[in-house]
Design a protein around this ligand. Structure first.
Ligand SMILES: [Zn+2]
Length: 222
């Protein structure tokens, strides 16, 4: 039962993804180029984009919610860098600057909801101390609900965690609860209505069944 909600969410997300707007695609590309630019400067970063872009429905003013994944040697022993971390501050500013410049005159906010230090993740996996680690739970959770930018940087870690049966056994109930919390926020419900409105406004009709599926999904989760 609890596994179902995650599966239903993924199915729905993939169906909406077919409606990718040109704004969503342009944004994905801008973020991709920003991570490449940072890599040239010696900073390895990746992102999980959440919110409307995750469903492919974006207009030029939609804000971007994202999770930042970075490699920080200064805070190897912490799942996420403290707010004052120089590396964290620098890459956030660089990404925002690059993306904003590239997509001008579109204007929108980029909110970094969380960050994960991949050096910490790497060390946990290397020392086989992954069980019970909330940072690692979050990494896999974000991977499932987000839309990745520079996926090759961190996907080997996700694969290794998913191959660990004890870890997977732990994370399923945790992830289901986290997903229910995420979906039950009013903001998320409103977002779905907004997506549907935008699809209709562009003259596309929702495929038969998608509407019912959404309905059943929203009602069936509690
Ligand atoms: Zn740091």
């Amino acid at each position: 039962m609890s596994k179902n909600i995650v599966e239903r969410y993924l199915v729905l997300k993939n169906k909406y993804r077919n409606y990718d707007t040109k704004y969503a695609l342009k944004r994905m590309q801008a973020f991709r180029l920003a991570t490449q630019e940072l890599s040239r400067k010696g900073y390895e970063v990746a992102l999980e984009l959440l919110g409307s872009i995750n469903f492919g429905i974006v207009d030029p003013t939609s804000d971007v919610d994202c999770i930042l994944l970075l490699e920080c040697d200064l805070h190897k022993d912490q799942g996420s860098c403290p707010h004052h971390c120089n590396n964290l501050t620098f890459v956030k500013a660089e990404i925002s600057k690059f993306v904003t410049k590239r997509l001008a005159p579109e204007s929108f906010n980029i909110d970094y909801l969380d960050s994960i230090n991949l050096k910490y993740v790497e060390e946990k996996i290397r020392t086989e101390t992954v069980l019970g680690d909330e940072t690692l739970y979050c990494l896999l959770f974000y991977r499932n609900i987000g839309r990745p930018v520079n996926r090759p940087l961190f996907i080997p870690f996700c694969d290794q965690l998913e191959e660990n049966h004890d870890f997977v056994k732990e994370i399923i109930p945790w992830a289901s609860e986290a997903l229910e919390g995420y979906l039950n926020t009013n903001q998320h419900r409103m977002s779905f209505n907004k997506y549907n409105e935008r699809i209709r406004a562009r003259g596309l009709s929702l495929p038969e069944g998608l509407q019912q599926e959404l309905q059943a999904y929203m009602e069936g989760e509690s």
